[in-house]
Design a protein around this ligand. Structure first.
Ligand code: A2P
Length: 318
């Protein structure tokens, strides 16, 4: 498996298994099958509501001696209701209990958005906290303390724009190792890619296949298809690979991590095999032309009327 070097020196398997939207009742079998096939990087989060089940599969694999813990890379995330310094460690410890692990490899701030403690998803504006209400330095220091205590190896963020990253860099003693963001040919994030290359931050591409299984409320009627885009389909046919493999090989060719989700054994295998595919320069360049700025996960769910958050807070002015 191709790996990327992370700031601080470790290596991370470049292709991991996403578990967002993987249903309870299916996710344990998917993780077990993925580990059997050779996946060694599993991306999790408590808000996916399935960490306990992921944990049962991880424990079975490690106890069954199929996989050594130190060969695994497990990421989890800090939910938006636990950004106050005192809530960070208990949140990580809950994920550790559910995942049945002693430590995480990577712990990420999931969104640059604060909720009131205990609120899973706000239904009223009062259930949010304004961005200024919690100092980012307070959250990050609590994240840094987790590294110092050996509870996680690396820390990072998700969904941080360049502006949010700069805010973080001003207060960080331990630099963020990773920014996990939506990336695919419609949203190649070229400016972010260049900035993170310079700052030694690894980018992880989520929704690399367009996340067509996300809830209806998160979808727009006129969504552009990704897996069936004629260019992707024609490059796939020319190379004798699948459209999904084309998208994943494109992500890897750009030097990013990629975490496709699947609960289907055939597609798990197909996606893992993409880590061995090298897409030529001409195909990468052709696919780059698909840039349109389209986001499948646009964050509008945090910008409902009365919310202190806007899309420009999330993504910047562009
Ligand atoms: P399934 O879990 O049934 O395989 P993303 O990673 O962008 O969130 O996309 C996940 C969606 O893509 C899920 O609906 C998943 O379905 C589907 N998917 C995963 N792998 C493939 C593949 N190789 N070909 C087609 N669809 C795939």
């Amino acid at each position: 498996m191709k790996t990327l070097t992370i700031s601080g020196g470790g290596t991370i398997p470049a292709l991991g298994l996403g578990t967002w939207k993987s249903p309870k009742g299916e996710v344990a079998a998917a993780v077990s099958e993925a580990l059997r096939l050779g996946y060694r990087h599993i991306d999790c989060a408590p808000i996916y509501m399935n960490e306990e089940e992921v944990g049962s599969a991880l424990e079975a694999a490690v106890k069954g001696k199929g996989v050594k813990r130190e060969e695994l890379w497990v990421t989890s995330k800090l939910w938006n209701n636990a950004h106050a310094g005192k809530h960070v460690r208990p949140a990580l410890e809950k994920s550790l209990r559910d995942l049945r692990l002693d430590y995480l490899d990577l712990f990420l701030i999931h969104w640059p958005v604060h909720f009131q403690p205990g609120v899973l998803f706000p239904r009223k504006p009062e259930e949010y906290l304004a961005w200024e209400a919690i100092d980012l330095g307070e959250t990050w220091q609590a994240m840094e303390a987790l590294v110092e205590k050996g509870l996680c190896r690396y820390i990072g963020v998700c969904n941080f724009s360049l502006q949010r990253l700069r805010e973080l860099q001003k207060v960080a003693t331990i630099a963020p190792a990773v920014n996990q963001i939506e990336m695919h040919p419609y949203l190649p994030q070229l400016e972010m890619l260049e900035a993170c290359r310079t700052s030694n931050i690894v980018l992880t591409a989520y929704s690399p296949l367009g996340s067509s299984d996300r809830p209806a409320g998160m979808k727009k009627a006129d969504e552009p298809p990704l897996l069936s885009h004629p260019l992707i389909v024609s490059i796939a046919a020319k190379q004798g690979i699948s459209p999904a493999q084309t998208l994943l090989a494109w992500a890897l060719a750009r030097g990013t991590l990629v975490i496709p989700k699947s609960v289907n054994p055939g597609r798990l295998r197909e996606n893992l095999a993409a880590a061995e595919i090298v897409l030529g320069e001409a195909d990468v360049t052709a696919i780059n032309q698909l840039e349109s700025g389209y986001r499948f996960v646009d964050g509008a769910f945090f910008a409902s009327p009365g919310s202190p958050y806007s899309l420009s807070h999330l993504w910047g002015e562009n």
